[in-house]
Design a binder for this molecule. Structure first.
Ligand code: HEC
Length: 110
């Protein structure tokens, strides 16, 4: 049998290991809290393009993630139509990149 203090230590260790994982950016939650879903559907166009449509357009483009991260920073229009996307200067660069990668990872249209 392990002494109680060892078990307690083990628990602390586990909590320490799990916490950083949970704190990592969850792009789906970021999209919810930042209002992306007010304009974007996961699949189909609403006010902005569906995220699956974005993923399909930039498929195989290695520069896409960083380009889209810049688009999330500056907003703008012209790639999909004449409606403008909101700019998000308040988002951390890591969050913008995480969002861009998440959008690009959406599965293709059914
Ligand atoms: C006010 C509505 C609105 C909100 C809010 C919004 N978007 Fe957009 N988004 C658009 C529109 C409109 C476009 C198309 C812009 C264009 O034609 O270039 C777009 C385009 C995009 C694109 C494709 C960009 C490109 O150049 O191909 C991505 C990726 C994207 N949005 C992600 C997001 C994310 C992530 C958020 C939240 C952080 C968000 N959008 C919030 C309206 C919005």
């Amino acid at each position: 049998m392990l002494p109680a203090y060892r078990i307690a230590l083990l628990c602390l260790l586990l909590v320490g290991l799990v916490r950083p994982l949970a704190a990592q950016t969850n792009p789906a939650a970021l999209a919810q809290t930042n209002g992306c879903m007010a304009c974007h559907g996961m699949v189909h166009k609403q006010i902005g393009p569906g995220f699956a449509q974005v993923a399909a357009r930039y498929k195989g483009d290695p520069a896409a993630a960083s380009q889209l991260a810049v688009k999330i920073l500056n907003g703008g229009m012209g790639n999909w139509g004449r409606v403008s996307m909101t700019r998000y200067p308040q988002l951390a660069e890591t969050d913008r990149l995480a969002l861009a990668r998440w959008v690009l990872a959406q599965p293709p249209l059914p």
